[in-house]
Design a protein around this ligand. Structure first.
Ligand code: G1P
Length: 279
């Protein structure tokens, strides 16, 4: 059973400066909820209630968000404003939260390795909170992936098709289709130029990883951008055993870009806020 979900959240969020100068990018609100809260909701829905967050300097707001605010709660007790906190209270009551700091920014692979003491020797999920994934038609993306993991017992990355000119923004996979929505990965490249990309199937920020990934990250040399890439460690895992790529059901918004952030805001306003389902 997978119980743990790791949130790498140490990055600077430079694409959203100046908003992220003093505030973690994971706290950017989509309508009324911070990005990381959507991610934790998705994890809990998938049955993962042990939340592990890799933070960094200037990220204290994340810890405070998943904690009680006595003064505030005292103030609004027995008023109609209490309902605004019902969602976050449910998360605090249902999940445990643990934190560690990534001391140096050496890439996503390094961030995941920094979370090893919180994960131990068990399979776990990874959520990159600035990829907001929503499925209004059924199970969330992590729940879909946990179900697949229970069947296949290997690492899984979520993928979607991107326009060929955008391959340099993502990890790109190639592989053999074993079902119309699942590929067995044979190749994986971090942010290739379109002419070097093995396909247009892009990894998005949802992973399920088996714990042997930690050793593989340790053996991984800095790659694209001089950073330790999870994509490179996963490629080794694919060569030694099996990694699956799953074309998920639902929508994904790149909230690290202004376009994606605005699209997510409009979507959540329509589907959740106006519908009275936003808390
Ligand atoms: C990271 C990964 C990349 C993946 C992307 C998904 O890149 O390195 O393989 O496609 O997340 O959002 P980042 O966006 O952090 O540069």
């Amino acid at each position: 059973m997978i119980k743990k979900c790791l949130f790498p959240a140490a990055g600077y969020g430079t694409r959203f400066l100046p908003a992220t100068k003093a505030m973690p990018k994971e706290m950017l609100p989509v309508v009324n909820k911070p990005l990381i809260q959507y991610g934790v909701e998705e994890a809990l829905e998938a049955g993962l209630n042990q939340i592990a967050i890799v933070t960094g300097r200037g990220k204290r707001a994340l810890e405070d968000h998943f904690d009680i605010s006595y003064e505030l709660e005292h103030q609004i007790r027995n008023t109609d404003k209490e309902r605004y906190l019902s969602g976050i209270r449910r998360l605090i009551d249902s999940c445990s939260f643990s934190y560690t700091r990534q001391i140096e920014m050496r890439g996503l692979g390094h961030a995941i390795l920094s979370g090893r003491p919180l994960i131990g020797d068990e399979p776990f999920a990874v959520v990159l909170a600035d990829d907001l994934c929503l499925n209004t038609e059924g199970d969330g993306v992590l729940a879909q992936m946990v179900r697949l993991y229970n069947q296949f017992r290997c690492s899984i990355v979520a993928i979607e098709e991107v326009p060929p000119e955008e391959t340099s923004k993502y990890g790109i996979i190639a592989g053999e289709a074993i079902r119309d929505d699942i590929y067995r990965v044979s190749s994986m490249v971090e942010k290739p130029r379109p002419e070097d990309a093995p396909s247009n199937l892009a990894i998005i920020g949802r992973y399920i990883l088996t714990p042997d990934i930690f050793e593989l990250i340790e053996q991984t040399e800095p790659g694209k951008g001089g950073e330790i890439q999870i994509t490179d460690a996963l490629m080794k895992q694919a060569q030694q055993g099996c990694v699956l790529a799953y074309r998920f059901k639902g929508r994904r918004f790149d909230c690290g870009s202004a376009e994606g952030y605005i699209a997510a805001t409009n979507f959540c306003f329509e589907h959740f806020y106006k519908a009275g389902k936003a808390f």
